[in-house]
Ligand binder design. Structure first.
Ligand code: ATP
Ligand code: MG
Length: 237
């Protein structure tokens, strides 16, 4: 296996309070890795730690380079896009303006139009609504916009924070189908944070289970699907 991202001894802090307690994990290149965990386990903080948005100690290597301590925009430039919890779209801007913002850190402005066409092919509904304000989109469409905006930075690694939150099952299925397509056709490596363990373990290749800031279980997704304690706590069967 070749790790695109590798963290070791990763700790994260809000002020004096430590919420990640020395995590070791790897995100395999070209694969989908999922982080499962209950509310407050530290999933969002883990993604923030990778994208430079929270104080950390330990090491984070991306494509072989140490990136801990880098500013968020430098991390984006190196090829990591973060789709935050709660979507973070700009409701007063149009769909197209939101997508352009996703490309803000890029220098190859000429290719931006091409990428816009590419995300419109992945998400036809965004093309139809490209001139609408993001605020009038449905929840599912806003989540699609958030993922599409992440893609506009041409990431090698896409971080997705609970994309299924608040969406109807049929919309989750559609969104995850597109995430799989982004991974398979475009070769984008994906680190997904999810509470919907059933859907996430279907989609992912590798999985980690986080409990109160520590990794308690990890392995291939199909093994975790069979794991008794995960079944009891997260899968409900
Ligand atoms: N800005 C903050 N300041 C202080 N503490 C915080 C902050 N954000 C999160 N925390 C604390 O850090 C811990 C981990 O929170 P985090 O948001 O990473 O959890 P999570 O797994 O993403 O939860 P959820 O599933 O509810 O989104 C929690 O105890 C939380 O209260
Ligand atoms: Mg969270």
């Amino acid at each position: 296996m070749e790790a695109l991202l590798e963290a070791s001894g990763l700790e994260a802090f809000y002020g004096w309070s430590k919420v990640l307690h020395g995590l070791d994990f790897a995100v395999e290149k070209g694969k989908i890795t999922v982080i499962l965990g209950a509310n407050g386990a530290g999933k969002t903080t883990l993604l923030r730690a990778i994208s430079g948005m929270v104080k950390i100690s330990g090491t984070v290597r991306f494509a072989g380079e140490r990136i801990e301590g880098f500013a968020p925009e430098d991390i984006v430039r190196r090829g990591i896009a973060h789709v935050p919890e709660g979507r973070g779209t700009f409701v007063n801007l149009t769909v197209e303006e939101n997508l352009r913002l996703g490309a803000y850190a890029r220098r190859d402005k000429a290719a931006i139009h091409e990428d816009m066409e590419r995300v419109f092919r992945l998400f036809p509904v965004l093309k139809e609504k490209s001139r609408n304000q993001a605020g009038v989109l449905s929840g599912g469409e806003q989540q699609m916009l958030a993922v599409a905006r992440g893609l506009m930075s041409r990431p090698r690694l896409l971080l997705l924070d609970e994309p299924s939150l608040g969406l109807a099952p049929v919309v989750v299925t559609e969104l995850f189908r597109i995430v799989r397509q982004i991974n398979q056709s475009d070769g984008v490596t994906i680190l997904l944070v999810e509470q919907d363990a059933v859907a996430a373990l279907e989609l992912a290749h590798q999985a980690y289970l986080l409990e109160t800031g520590s990794i308690v279980t990890s392995g291939p997704a199909e093994e975790l699907r069979e794991n008794d304690s995960i079944r009891r706590s997260y899968l409900g069967y």
